[in-house]
Design a protein around this ligand. Structure first.
Ligand code: PHB
Length: 558
C-alpha cells in the first residue's frame, strides 16, 4: 500500500490540507492492519501524536467510517462509500461483474477483474471459488504487476517513465513489503524476466501466472479492451486456480479459449452499453459538517470531513469532474474544494483528466475497502444491535429465514445483562410462524410461497398460539402493511417480542431484527410506543450499511 517506503516522495504542495493527509494515512494503516488497530497502535503506525489520532478517529467515527470500540478503532461499512465512488465512476463492475460471475459458475474456478494501478494491479471484482489451498484476494487489494498474470498485459501500455518507476520500486522494495496482500518475494526474478513477459503478452494477447505469488497459485489472463477508449486495456479478466486442479499450461490449453469468448462478450457489453446516465448530481454533501463541528468542537476535524466528501462527489456518470462540479456537489467553496483536490493528487488518489477535470484513481480502493469487502450481515448488524440493546435495556437479535422457509435462524444477537433476559444464542432455530422475526420474514413472501407452520402444521405452543391458517394469513397481511410484527406469549408464556424487517438495496426483506422481553416489563402498547421506533431506527442503520457494503460486493446473509 502507498507511502510506506517513499520512493521519490514528491514534496507536499504548500496548499495541501494536512489534516486530510493525516486522515487518509489513518485509513491506510487501518486497511493494512485488516480493519482494526488500537489508538496506541495507530499512534505508532502513523507517527502522529495521540491527541491527533484521537481527533481523527472521532471525526471518522462521526462520518460512520470507523467505530470506536473500547480502545480500538475499527473500520465501519460506511467507509466503503469511498471505494464505491471509485468503482461507480469506473463503470466496469456494473457492466462486467455479471459476466465474471457467470464464467466462475460455469468453470467452477475463481474469476477476477483487475485494473492497472501505476506499477501494480488492483482488483475491482472477485468471483471467488478458491479452495482452502491458497490465499484469495479481495476487491481493492494491490499486487505488484510482475508477480501476476494481468501485470504484463498492463505493462504493454506503460510509458518509459512508468517502466522507470517500476524499476525503482523493485530496487527500493526487494521483498514487496509495500504490498501487504502478497507474501514477501522470495525468489529473485530479474527485471528482464518481466520485460520479456510483457513482450510475449503483447504478441500473444494473454498471459500466465505460474506460481509467482505463492506456490500452487496459477492464473491465466486476457485483456478487456474498451472500444470507447480507443481499444486501450480497460481491465484484465483472470481465471485463477491451483496446481492441484490445473497446471499453468493446462489453464492455458483448456480454459483460455473459454476465457477469450467471455472477454469478447465483455467487450461487446462495453461497446453497446449506453453512455452512463450522469447520476443525480449530489448537492451539499459537506453541509452537515458545520453542525458536527458545533457539537464536537476540537474532537471534530472539519477540514478532514469536508475533504473526504470530495471523493464521494464522483460516481456513476460522474467519472470526470471539474472544480466547479466538485464545489457544487459538496457545497464547499471553490478554494476549499481545490485544496482538497490538490491534496488528493499529491496522495495519488485523484489525477487530472480531460480538459481541466479530475478523476479518481483506483488507489481510492485502498481506503478501507478490502477488509470490508467480504463482510456479512451479522457483522454489519452486531454493533447496531448492541446500541439498541443499550437503549431499550432488552436483548436484540437478527434472524433470517432458513432455506426450508419454515424456521428462522438467529444470526446475531446483543444481550443485556438483565438476569431474566430471553435466552437464545446465535444459531438457534425456531418455528417462523410463531415468532415476531419469522412473521416479518414470512410477510414479505408472496402468499403462495409462505411456509406456514412446521411441516405445514400450526402447533399450539401456548394457549395463545394462532393455529388457524386463515387467522395467521390475516395476521401476516397486517404485518406486511404495518411493517412490524408483535408476538405476545404465543411462543412461550411470559415472552413478548416485536420485530421489523431489514431490506437490501432492492427492497427485498433479507432479515429481521427484534427485541424480546418478559411480558411483565412492558405492555403491548408500551412496546409499540417505546420499542418500535428504536427498532425502526436500528433496522434503518443496518439497511444503510448493507446498502453501502452491498453495492459492489456480495454480503453474506448468514
Ligand atoms: C486473483 O484473482 O486472485 C489472481 C489474479 C491474477 C493472478 C493471481 C491471482 O496472477
Amino acid at each position: 500500500m502507498p507511502a510506506k517506503t517513499t520512493l521519490d516522495a514528491p514534496a507536499v504542495p504548500a496548499e495541501a490540507v494536512t489534516p486530510l493527509i493525516r486522515g487518509v494515512v489513518v485509513l491506510w494503516r487501518l486497511t493494512e492492519a485488516g480493519g482494526t488497530l488500537s489508538a496506541s497502535a495507530l499512534e505508532r503506525a502513523t507517527g502522529l501524536a495521540r491527541s491527533t489520532v484521537d481527533r481523527i478517529a472521532s471525526t471518522l467515527a462521526r462520518m460512520g467510517y470507523v467505530r470506536l470500540d473500547g480502545r480500538d478503532v475499527v473500520l465501519a461499512p460506511r467507509v466503503m462509500e469511498l471505494g464505491n465512488a471509485c468503482l461507480a465512476a469506473l463503470g466496469l463492475p456494473s457492466l462486467l461483474a455479471a459476466h465474471a460471475d457467470a464464467l466462475a459458475d460455469e468453470l467452477d474456478e475463481s474469476v477476477s477483474l483487475a485494473v492497472g494501478d501505476r506499477d501494480g494491479i488492483r482488483f475491482i471484482h472477485q468471483a471467488t471459488r478458491r479452495r482452502a489451498m491458497s490465499l484469495s484476494f479481495r476487491i481493492g487489494d494491490l499486487l505488484p504487476a510482475e508477480r501476476t498474470a494481468p501485470g504484463p498485459l498492463f505493462a504493454t501500455e506503460w510509458t518509459e517513465a512508468q517502466w522507470q518507476t517500476w524499476r525503482e520500486r523493485r530496487a527500493a522494495d526487494p521483498e514487496d513489503r509495500d504490498f501487504p496482500a502478497v507474501p514477501p518475494r522470495r525468489h529473485a526474478s530479474s527485471d528482464e524476466d518481466f520485460v520479456r513477459r510483457a513482450a510475449r503478452a503483447r504478441a500473444d494477447g494473454w498471459a500466465l501466472d505460474d506460481q509467482l505469488i505463492e506456490q500452487g497459485l496459477v492464473a491465466v489472463s486476457v485483456p478487456v479492451r474498451d472500444p470507447r477508449a480507443g481499444g486501450r486495456v480497460a481491465c484484465v479478466a483472470n481465471v485463477v486456480s491451483h496446481t492441484s486442479r490445473h497446471t499453468a499450461a493446462q489453464l492455458r490449453d483448456t480454459l483460455l479459449p473459454r476465457l477469450r469468448t467471455a472477454v469478447a462478450d465483455m467487450e461487446r457489453e462495453l461497446r453497446e452499453a449506453p453512455q452512463p446516465r450522469p447520476g443525480r448530481a449530489p448537492a451539499g454533501l459537506a453541509t452537515w459538517t458545520g453542525a458536527s463541528k458545533q457539537e464536537l468542537g476540537r474532537e471534530f476535524v472539519e477540514s478532514l470531513a469536508r475533504g473526504l466528501t470530495v471523493l464521494t462527489a464522483f460516481g456513476e456518470g460522474r467519472a470526470e469532474l471539474t472544480l466547479t462540479d466538485v464545489a457544487q456537489a459538496t457545497g464547499l467553496s471553490r478554494a476549499t474544494a481545490r485544496r482538497a483536490l490538490i491534496t488528493y493528487e499529491h496522495l495519488g488518489l485523484v489525477r487530472p483528466s480531460g480538459n481541466r477535470g479530475f478523476a479518481l484513481t483506483p488507489r481510492v480502493l485502498s481506503l478501507g475497502f478490502p477488509p470490508l469487502s467480504r463482510t456479512s450481515l451479522d457483522r454489519i448488524a452486531t454493533p447496531h444491535l448492541a446500541e439498541l440493546a443499550d437503549r431499550v435495556h432488552e436483548s436484540a437479535s437478527l434472524a433470517v429465514l432458513t432455506p426450508s422457509g419454515d424456521e428462522i435462524q438467529y444470526t446475531a444477537r446483543a444481550a443485556t445483562t438483565r438476569v431474566m433476559s430471553v435466552n437464545v444464542t446465535v444459531g438457534t432455530r425456531l418455528p417462523a410462524y410463531v415468532t415476531s422475526l419469522g412473521r416479518v420474514l414470512l410477510a414479505d413472501l408472496p402468499a403462495g410461497e409462505r411456509q406456514l407452520g412446521t411441516h405445514g402444521e400450526l402447533r399450539p405452543l401456548t394457549p395463545r398460539t394462532i393455529t388457524d391458517p386463515s387467522a395467521l394469513a390475516a395476521v401476516l397481511e397486517e404485518v406486511r402493511v404495518s411493517g412490524y410484527a408483535l408476538v405476545d406469549e404465543e411462543l412461550e408464556e411470559g415472552l413478548r417480542s416485536i420485530a421489523v424487517p431489514v431490506r437490501d438495496r432492492t427492497g427485498r426483506v433479507v432479515a429481521a431484527v427484534n427485541v424480546a422481553m418478559h411480558a411483565a416489563r412492558r405492555s403491548v402498547e408500551e412496546c409499540v410506543r417505546d420499542v418500535l421506533p428504536e427498532l425502526v431506527e436500528t433496522a434503518g442503520r443496518v439497511e444503510r450499511d448493507l446498502g453501502v457494503a452491498g453495492r459492489f460486493t456480495r454480503v453474506a446473509l448468514s
